[in-house]
Design a protein around this ligand. Sequence first.
Ligand SMILES: [Zn+2]
Ligand SMILES: [Zn+2]
Length: 457
Amino acid sequence: MAKPKNKKELLQTPKGMRDILPHDFLYWKAIETKAEDIARSYGFKPIRTPHVEKTELFGLTLGETSDIVEKQMYAFKTRGGDALVLRPEGTVPIMRAYFEHGMHTWPQPVMLYYSGSFFRHENPQRGRYREFGQFGVEIIGEESGLADAYIIRVFALILQEAGFKKFTVHINTLGDKECRPEFRKELVAYYRRKVNSICKDCKRRLKENPLRLLDCKNPMCVEIRADAPQMMSYACPSCRAHFKTVLEFLDDFEIPYTLDPHLVRGLDYYSRTVFEIFTDPDAKEKPEKKSEETPASAAEEPEKKAGQNEGRIALGSGGRYDTLAETMGDRKAAGVGGALGLDRIVDELKERKITPFKEKAPVVFLVQIGAQAKRKSLVLFEQLRKSRMGVAQSFSKDNLRAQLELANKLGAAFALIIGQKEALDGTVIVRDMGSGTQESVYQKKVLDHLKKKMKNG
Ligand SMILES: [Zn+2]
Ligand SMILES: [Zn+2]
C-alpha cells in the first residue's frame, strides 16, 4: 500500500466527501424526520437497500451513454471477482427490490420511501458532493397522473414544513415509446443543421444521447435551444392526456409550476413526466451575485453553480419511469418517483438562517462536587432521564462556579447540586437558576419537588 506523502493527508476526507458535524447533523435529522413523517402519513412505507449493487444493473437501466454510467460511478472489483458499484441513485435499486421480493404480487401500487447516501464521482463544486444524501419516494404499479402529482405534493409539503416559503416546480413531458422517436428524429435533424454552432460535448450528445442537447448550459447552445423542437408538440393523445391530469392535480393541490419544454433529466429510464423543484432566489435575504464569467478552469466549459437554473437552485427532482422494469429483465411495472437533495436543502436553510428544529434547553443541570457526589449523582441522573425531564451534566468540571456557569449557558431552569455533605446525608440542593434561591430536598423526593415547582411556574 502506498504511503501518504505526509501524515496530514490522513486527517482529511477524500476529495468531494465531507463530515457532517453535530450542529449540522441536527438540520439533517430534522429534515429527515419531517420527510419521513409526511411520507408515512401519505401512505409510503420505508425501505433500505444496500449501498452496493451489481455494476450491470445501472448500465442496463440508466443507459450506457448517460453521464453517470460513463463517468461518475464508483465501480470496483471485489476480491471474489464481482463487479460492483456504490449506488449512484435510488430508483433502480428499489425497482430491483420490487421484483426480487415479489412486491408486484402485493396490493398495488407499492409506495416506498428511503433516505440515505448515494455516490457519484463528479467534479466537486459548491453544493455538490461525491457522497450525497437523498430522501426519495416511489410509487410503483400505478399509471395515473395522480401518482406523479402525489409525489410532487409530498415534496412540496416537506419543503414547506422545512421552512421554504417559495419554490416552483419545473415540469415537462418526455413522451413515451409511441411519440418520442418522432420528436427525437426532429430534434436530431434540427441540431444537425446547427452542428457548427454547438459545443464539443453537444456534438457527442447529438450522436449518443440527443435529448441531453436540451440540457446543455453552454451559452452558445442555450441560444440555439430556444428554437429547437419541443416534445409537447409531438406528444401522442395518451401522453397529452396523462400530462394534463398531472397538471390538473397540481392545480388542485395549489402547487406553483412552470412548463419547461427544455427539462429532460439525464437518465434513460424517464418517460412522460419529469420535474425539478427550484427555490426562488428572491426569497433569499442576500441574493448571490451571478458569476457566469468565471469558469473553474479554461479546459472546462463554463458552467453555473451545480443545480442552478437562471439563479434558482434545484432542491429535488424526479419523474415517471414506465419502461424501467422492461430494461431490467422483460418485466412490466409503471412507476413514478423522485428525490430531494438533502445536502442542498441543509445548505440553503443555513444560508437563509432558517432553523428547522428547536434546540431544547435542559430543565435540570446536575452539579456534582467530589468523587463521592459523582457516584451518587449517577442514580439521580438516571431517574431524571427516565422521567423524560431534560437533564444535562458535566463530567469533567469539578468546580461549583464553572458548573453553574455551564447550567446557565445551556438555559437550564434548575441546578441540582450534590456536594460531599449531600452525598452523605442523601439530600440535594435545588437551585432556581432564574431567582438564585436554593433549598435542600431529599434526593428521593426531588423528582416530585421539581414537578411541583414546574407546575406552579
Ligand atoms: Zn452544448
Ligand atoms: Zn406518447
